[in-house]
Design a protein around this ligand. Sequence first.
Ligand code: NAP
Length: 473
Amino acid sequence: MFIDGQWLKCDNTFDVLNPATGEVLGQVADGDEHHATQAIEAAHRAFESWSRTTAHHRSSILYRAWQLMLERKGELAALMTAEQGKPLKAAANEVQYAADFLLWFAEEAKRAYGETIPSARPDQRFIVQHQAVGVVAAITPWNYPVSMLTRKLAPALAAGCTVILKPAEATPLCAIAVFKLLEEAGLPAGVVNLVTTSTPAPVGKVFCESPLVRKLTFTGSTAVGKMLSRDAAMQLKRVSMELGGHAPFIVFEDADPVHAAKGASLVKFLNTGQACICPNRIFVHKNVMPDFLQTLTSRIEKMRVGNGVTEGVAIGPLVDEKAVLKIDRQVNDARDKGAEVLCGGQRLTQGEFGDGYFYAPTVLARVDDSMLIYREETFGPIAPVISFDDDDDVIAMANDTHYGLAAYVYTKDLSRAFRAVEQLRFGIIGVNDINPTSAAAPFGGMKESGLGREGAREGLMEYMETKLAGYSV
Ligand code: NAP
């Protein structure tokens, strides 16, 4: 753990495993509520001086961190593949995406502009300024173990906040590597603090209950996000919640089904289907269904599954046994209720798959609303395909979920694209595009997919208070 500028060892440790091989990669300090309190106190002490540094100074440190991250791209990617499982190329892409946040917020730090507002009184001036919200507690997931950290740390530091971060139990080594880099970039003691733990609940409770923490930022499941929001509400702490998704992917009648199937095969199987923006319900117009299914299935049958370090592997392992059991349950339920398994459909256990958590990439046709997979977030390499024949019906089906993170639309008709974007209740929509994300663009969900936005200008404002001064002159 990294607290008040010191790397701390701990009597208690927990093992970090490689999900492709079951190999133990290392032991990490198993922190508890006392460490969380210690880290919050250190962040509180550091806040006074850090929040008074100039935006230019904070920017220069973030800029240095960006350079260091790019210099270490290969090293970080290799660590991520071992600890989290995604193929090396995808891991390198994630490191680039993570570095993008450091650069974006190094620049944005200098643009935290306020404003002057005309008053109705001749002797009065209104001036609005933005100031750091205070000590921030951050909790991050395992699926993007580097970029989910910088998406929170970079704007918080740019704003002048100090931070305590708890990474996921499955991926603390990536978090340690990021904190070493931040230390080297020149952050003063106490400005960033890392608490690793195998028992998140007591640490989360301290984050919510400490009066010194003014903001809680969380990325993870909707269930945990709701619980933390409820606890943080007792002190009306500010919260940002990046939660689960259940993305619709709509292929309209006029779309090119081959192009759309290619897009679906790429974005659905991203990170073995373990991304919050992965399509979870693929709606295809009945007239283009045969071509779509044929292209999708033939592309997926060619995807190589295996350890992400092996050249040519496109699909790595799932994170753990629980994840395998969840998707196996969804696939069996769909099969029992009449879905057709066009490829995959089972766990992989033979040979090199024996010690890891592998599942064959799967296409399910004839999925309907009676099936679990139609309602639950999947988080695995399963593409459920549903037929439709009316635009209004498909928009209603797409919106029929309590999630509202990402959605995708394929059409060549501009009016249809506009109508769909306006009617879909999702925070991020790709139109003939499978990667509508960037450090420069606001990322976040509607409904139970969360509160607030990360990245972009909005991402900085999440860590700032708005202060109005009315001057009598
Ligand atoms: P999770 O179980 O909610 O865990 C997320 C983080 O919360 C982990 O660090 C976890 O620690 C911690 N945690 C769990 N229970 C806690 C508690 N009682 N108090 C405090 N912290 C607690 O989610 P996950 O399975 O890691 O991540 C997958 C979910 O994240 C999916 O639903 C996905 O859609 C969502 N996600 C959303 C976004 C987005 O930007 N919207 C991005 C990525 C992922 P442990 O690891 O120790 O359990």
